[in-house]
Write a protein that binds this ligand. Structure first.
Ligand code: KG4
Ligand code: ZN
Length: 342
């Protein structure tokens, strides 16, 4: 029998129930995602208990559908990777229990994946893209904003991070102030298309202070205080556009600073906010000015998905790593991960 080379990935850390199949040599075979956005939208944000219950309903049918559609049987799998953390404990519990039960039943090893490592490796899901350390990574998601020195694959040192709100969180909270939908990132980006960024001026947080940390909670307060009493579609679009540019400028300034500090030639940007086209354009301009290489995940794989978990698990399983059963981790230091041997 041929050696099984496919990893099943399971992601349930927040509000997406997601699964993927990654083949060691052929790359991503397929992934499926069930988004709980509609479930949480009426509450204006993720309700943890509702998220856990919905993962329970969706995860097994989703795995079944993926394996059936791809005609993959358990004997084709080399292991099952699942998000162990960080995230909502109840939500993580669903994916980790299912992964460990299936692995036990099918006689497969498991690999506990760090959610942020999944995001960081997601550019490899773009066919033909490679990531050669050392490089600088900007991770921008709903829960995290970090500049990371990636000296070797799987080896992460945090150079700077947010002192308060994450960038995605700032998008979500500002969207709420503007009466736009949840999640706020895509809603602000869409509204901004019709806006004029010159109509409102927001201060770019912490750019004049040395160092690589961020702070985004004050930006939402700036928006609140400058918001006209009478909200029209046009001034909502103008605020959205100005907000988006302020965030993109701030991140770009800090990336430039970190790239010059490390002397690296490659910048990787990942996490849900890396889908933002305004941010992508500003970073591309910076990279072009310095002849730096710039890598993003495919646009549709920036936010949470099962493909990135299958990929991260596949790389670690291929390097001989195995995970012992353990509880989900709401918090989990990225810096504690062992490097992945080449
Ligand atoms: O990485 P992700 O799916 O979940 C976490 O691990 O947190 O990121 C979700 C975040 C949300 O805050 C969402 O508003 C933001 O990513 N986001 C965006 C865009 N698409 C998603 N922010 C700005 N522009 C976008 N196009
Ligand atoms: Zn995420």
């Amino acid at each position: 029998m041929n050696q099984p080379l496919i990893t099943l990935g399971i992601e349930t850390s927040c509000d997406e129930t997601a699964v993927g199949l990654y083949h060691r040599t052929e790359g991503l075979l397929a992934h499926r995602l069930y988004s709980q956005i509609a479930l949480h939208a009426e509450h204006g944000g993720v309700v943890p208990e509702l998220a856990s219950r919905d993962h329970v309903r969706k995860i097994l049918p989703l795995i079944d559908q993926l394996l059936t559609e791809q005609a993959i049987s358990p004997s084709d799998l080399e292991g099952i990777a699942y998000t162990r953390g960080p995230g909502l404990v109840g939500a993580l519990m669903v994916g980790s229990t299912v992964a460990q039960a299936l692995a036990w039943g099918w006689g497969l090893p498991t690999l506990a994946v760090h959610h942020l490592e999944g995001h960081l490796l997601a550019p490899l899901l773009e066919p033909g893209q490679s990531l050669t350390p050392p490089y600088l990574a900007l991770l921008v998601s709903g829960g995290h904003t970090m500049l990371i020195d990636v000296a070797a694959t799987g080896s992460y040192q945090i150079l700077g991070q947010t002192l308060d709100d994450a960038v995605g969180e700032a998008f979500d909270k500002t969207a709420k102030l503007l009466g736009l939908g949840y999640p706020g990132g895509p809603a602000i980006a869409e509204a901004a298309l019709e806006g004029d960024p010159e109509q409102f001026t927001f201060t770019r947080p912490m750019i004049n202070r040395p160092g690589l940390d961020f702070s985004f909670s004050g930006l939402k307060t700036q928006v609140r205080t400058k918001l006209p009493a009478q909200l029209t579609d046009q001034n909502i679009a103008d605020v959205a556009s100005s907000f988006e540019h302020t965030v993109a400028d701030t991140l770009t300034i800090k990336c430039r600073r970190a790239m010059l500090q490390t002397g690296y030639q490659t910048l990787v940007v990942a996490g849900g906010v890396s889908a933002n086209l305004c941010l992508r354009a500003e970073l591309q301009q910076l990279a072009d000015q310095h002849s730096w290489q710039l890598n993003f995940p495919p646009l549709h794989l920036c936010t949470d998905n099962g493909a990135m978990i299958a990929l991260a698990g596949s790389l670690r399983l291929a390097a001989g790593e195995r995970s012992q059963p353990g509880p989900p981790l709401a918090r989990w230091s990225l810096e504690s991960l062992p490097p992945i041997p080449a």
